[in-house]
Design a protein around this ligand. Structure first.
Ligand code: UD1
Ligand code: UDP
Length: 350
């Protein structure tokens, strides 16, 4: 079939591409891994390669930070050079980041087949940078790997040829299954887990204050503390965050620690896409710190709740609502073999 080029760049892409890359390694399928380095700190990048047993990427392009347009432009130039040299038969991207859009555009301009893992997600929120990245990438792709039937239906409704859509499950299940066997997280006493990195929350003073105040109040009510592995984009706000004394700010966690922290936390509060899915997979309740989601399955099964507005009162009331529910659900995101299914499809069809 020729060569697969996996293009990745951020923490969730490493985690969610891991099982497809691993399947290629184990089955001697010709491939390269191109890392744009959109995330470049050791604890946002290297730890995930190490923990998931992935070799170093074949290319590290060193393009990270800066405005979205500058980042994208630098990625386009650097990725094109790699593709000219390596001549891949198919390019695979995952998710909705700027790296995904860059990989998509270069493949499309060079006439190389494109596969999109996690196709068909829609928040219908055009203020999110990710929403455009998803839509453009889906409409340029030759192979659309939808996690569930819901996303396959969305893609068909948008006019995408159903013969190019494959329902595979979400590759996050593959990754959770891999690390949960060895996951452990040390913490004295009960705790809540908070993550927050959406620009609509981190770059908006009122929203950030509402989230931190609500978490502080929840912790006081429950007499617990809150572990907050802070995304580096919160760098300038650390002193402010640390003024909430129930909130323990820590560096971004390695993957197995984060999975263990999710398993052990009393409650998860997050605006992360991956953590919404993982809490659902692990049967943990979750308050989504957003008013919309491109992962409605987590809300539909009853384990997660969305906000009506990002205010302290609403977060407190949604927390009570989800806490008081007695619910059990089956994981809607698949069986942990999505990565294998994706690569097998490419080998068969390309
Ligand atoms: C990006 C993705 C987002 C994804 C998230 C996963 C886009 C538009 N956004 O958001 O969809 O949910 O990754 O975490 O692609 N920084 C560091 N060190 C790092 C990485 C980032 O200090 O290793 C800081 C820099 O100041 C950088 C800022 O964080 O400018 C934002 O990074 P960027 O990659 O632009 O966006 P994320 O918020 O990480
Ligand atoms: N994650 C991690 N350590 C952390 C925070 C997140 O390992 O400190 C993992 C998390 O389990 C999930 C992924 O990173 O698999 C999600 O990344 P993030 O929240 O940055 O991005 P999103 O999923 O929102 O795009």
């Amino acid at each position: 079939m020729g060569k697969i080029a996996f293009v990745l760049g951020t923490r969730p892409e490493i985690i969610k591409m891991y099982s497809s890359i691993q399947y290629c390694i184990r089955n001697n399928i010709d491939h390269i891994v191109v890392n744009t380095d959109q995330h470049y700190d050791k604890n946002m990048r290297d730890v995930f390669f190490e923990e998931l047993g992935l070799p170093r990427p074949d290319y590290q392009l060193g393009v990270g930070s800066g405005s979205h347009s500058r980042m994208l432009a630098n990625m386009l130039v650097a990725i094109e050079e790699v593709f000219l040299k390596e001549n891949p038969t198919v390019v695979v991207v995952q998710g909705d980041t700027n790296t995904v859009l860059a990989g998509c555009l270069v493949a499309t301009k060079m006439g190389i087949k494109l596969g999109h893992i996690e196709a068909g997600l829609r928040s219908y929120d055009r203020t999110m940078p990710e929403e455009y990245n998803r839509i453009v990438t889906d409409h340029c792709s030759d192979f659309l790997f939808a996690p569930t039937q819901k996303q396959a239906d969305i893609l068909k409704q948008e006019g995408i040829d159903e013969n190019s859509i494959y329902v595979t499950g979400n590759t996050i299940v593959d990754a959770v299954q891999e690390v949960s066997k060895r996951a452990s997280f040390e913490h004295e006493g009960k705790f809540a887990l908070l993550t927050c990195h959406r620009p609509s929350n981190t770059d908006n003073e009122e929203s950030l204050e509402a989230i931190l105040s609500a978490v502080q109040t929840i912790c006081e009510q429950e007499n617990i503390r809150c572990v907050f592995p802070a995304h580096p984009r919160l760098g300038a706000k650390m002193d402010y965050i640390k003024s909430f004394d129930r909130i323990e700010v820590v560096e971004p966690l390695g993957y197995s620690k984060l999975v263990a922290a999710m398993r052990d936390a009393e409650i998860i509060l997050t605006d992360s896409g991956g953590i919404q899915e993982e809490s659902c997979i692990m049967q943990r309740k979750c308050v989504i710190l957003r008013t919309n989601t491109e992962r409605p399955e987590t809300v539909e099964v009853g384990g997660a709740v969305l906000l009506t507005e990002v205010t302290e009162d609403d977060i407190l009331s949604k927390y009570q609502e989800v806490k008081n529910r007695t619910v059990q659900w089956t994981n809607p995101f698949g069986d942990g073999k999505a990565g294998e299914r994706i690569v097998k499809t490419l080998v068969e069809k390309v």
